[in-house]
Ligand binder design. Structure first.
Ligand SMILES: Nc1ncnc2c1ncn2[C@@H]1O[C@H](COP(=O)(O)OP(=O)(O)OP(=O)(O)O)[C@@H](O)[C@H]1O
Ligand SMILES: [Mg+2]
Length: 410
């Protein structure tokens, strides 16, 4: 990865402007569309074009190369089901966008949770030994589910959780912002899997009616393009889950992914999950269909949703060699009564005002931002929090976090 300062003719102010807009490497700049860069306040058309061209020159992107020299460093992440891996050509691929769409309860979130864990496995065991950025637009991320899946794959549950960077998203604009932040995580924290669960939920809710279609598609185009560039720059795998709408065709109906052609053409792999044919109420068997892929036949397979993620059967076996005392629960989340969870609930009981430096007013401000307990405060991003809470500098937030950690230890 090349730094922006290696680009000919760039100055410190321009570097700062680019970084503030999520473009932090020469590769990112070289792959950005001119119009997006030109829109950055303070850069202008001419400078944007010059900098992009210079970045491409610096990276040798202005010459054709012989096809034998094309770098095809594809790696795979196991989905938890060998059948699903098989029809995907080996698993989830890096460097590409994969869209998984299907009706509710079809297993999209279950897959998102499963690969958040399996991507952390060693390469030998079907992972990338990587960290994960999880963009959660539907508030369906579950720590307990991650812990169970981690146990199934022989990983330490709390270490697994600490390698997942989670962002709860509240608006489409917030979604775009956090996708840019995810790029920073690829650069600084070695993230090589980005999950957006789900891509369209907020856009669908915010942009209602035909009059809003054009701005919605413009935003979507931007999101897909940014993700595609990140996937290629960092050889990162990207999972986009998507909802469906029912299309009536005479007597028949089909499930169509939403988002139109921008999503359909923007994703390299499109996989449909189906509940049809199996009652989703009393069976956890599902079907996956490869709808579109650059070099895969349109195959189908069956898989199961289990309490420990996606699998080939509904009875997931925990390898004895792992020596884990673990039972697979049958359905739905169960209350966890492990000591670690007790300590979490204890930390929830310590009120924010007990933290040195936090008064009643600040505590209320924090609660309004969703920070209602000291463990959430400790986990918050100091820069982010300082930007959202008026009067709180980053150093002040860091000080609160230090004091809060002290309380957690006592
Ligand atoms: N602990 C569990 N054990 C087994 N099955 C579970 C468990 N938790 C949830 N399920 C099943 O998983 C299914 C839900 O899957 P999932 O949340 O992945 O669907 P989804 O495709 O993301 O749906 P949506 O569009 O509503 O987000 C349900 O059928 C539910 O019964
Ligand atoms: Mg879901």
């Amino acid at each position: 990865m090349a730094d922006l300062n290696q680009i000919k003719g760039i100055n410190a102010r321009q570097i700062k402007l680019l970084q503030d807009n999520g473009i932090s490497t020469a590769e990112a700049l070289a792959m950005s569309p001119g119009s997006t860069v030109a829109e950055i306040d303070g850069l202008g058309d001419k400078t944007a074009k010059k900098l992009i061209w210079n970045a491409r020159n610096a990276l040798g992107m202005t010459d054709f190369i012989q096809a034998k020299d094309i770098d095809e460093n594809v790696e795979f992440i196991t989905t938890g089901s060998s059948e699903l891996n098989k029809i995907l050509g080996g698993g989830f691929q890096t460097g590409k966008l994969t869209e998984v769409y299907g009706p509710f309860k079809s297993g999209k979130t279950a897959l998102a949770h499963t690969i958040s864990v399996t991507s952390q496995l060693s390469v030998k065991n079907g992972g990338l030994n990587t960290s994960v950025a999880y963009v959660d637009t539907e508030n369906t991320f579950s720590k307990e589910k991650i812990k169970r899946i981690a146990k199934r794959f022989g990983l330490n549950p709390s270490e697994t959780l600490s390698r997942i960077f989670h962002a709860r998203i509240y608006s489409s604009d917030h979604q775009s912002q956090m996708i840019q932040k995810a790029e920073t995580l690829c650069k600084t924290r070695g993230v090589r899997l980005i999950i957006i669960d789900s891509l369209m939920a907020l856009l669908r809710a915010e942009y209602v009616g035909i009059g809003k279609l054009a701005p919605r598609q413009a935003l979507l185009n931007n999101i897909i393009h940014t993700l595609s560039r990140i996937a290629e720059t960092y050889n990162c795998a990207v999972l986009l889950t998507n909802q469906v709408s029912v299309k009536m065709m005479g007597m028949f109906s089909t499930n169509d992914a939403i988002g139109g052609n921008i999503v359909a053409h923007g994703c390299h792999f499109r996989v449909m999950f189906k509940t049809k044919g199996f009652s989703s109420n009393n069976s956890l068997k599902r079907r996956a269909v490869i709808v579109d892929a650059p070099d895969l036949p349109p195959e189908e397979c069956e898989f199961y949703i289990t309490s420990t993620g996606i699998a080939d059967t509904d009875k997931v076996e925990i390898p004895e060699s792992l020596g884990l005392e673990f039972e697979v629960e049958t359905l739905y989340e169960e209350k966890d009564d492990t000591p670690s969870n007790n300590s979490e609930s204890a930390s929830e009981q310590i009120s924010l005002v007990s933290v040195k430096g936090i008064g009643k007013g600040t505590a209320e401000g924090l609660k309004a931002l969703g920070i209602s307990s000291i463990d959430v405060l400790v986990a918050a991003d100091p820069d982010d929090l300082s930007a959202k809470l008026s009067g709180a500098s980053t150093s002040k937030v860091l000080e609160w976090q230090k004091n809060a950690k002290g309380l957690l230890k006592t």
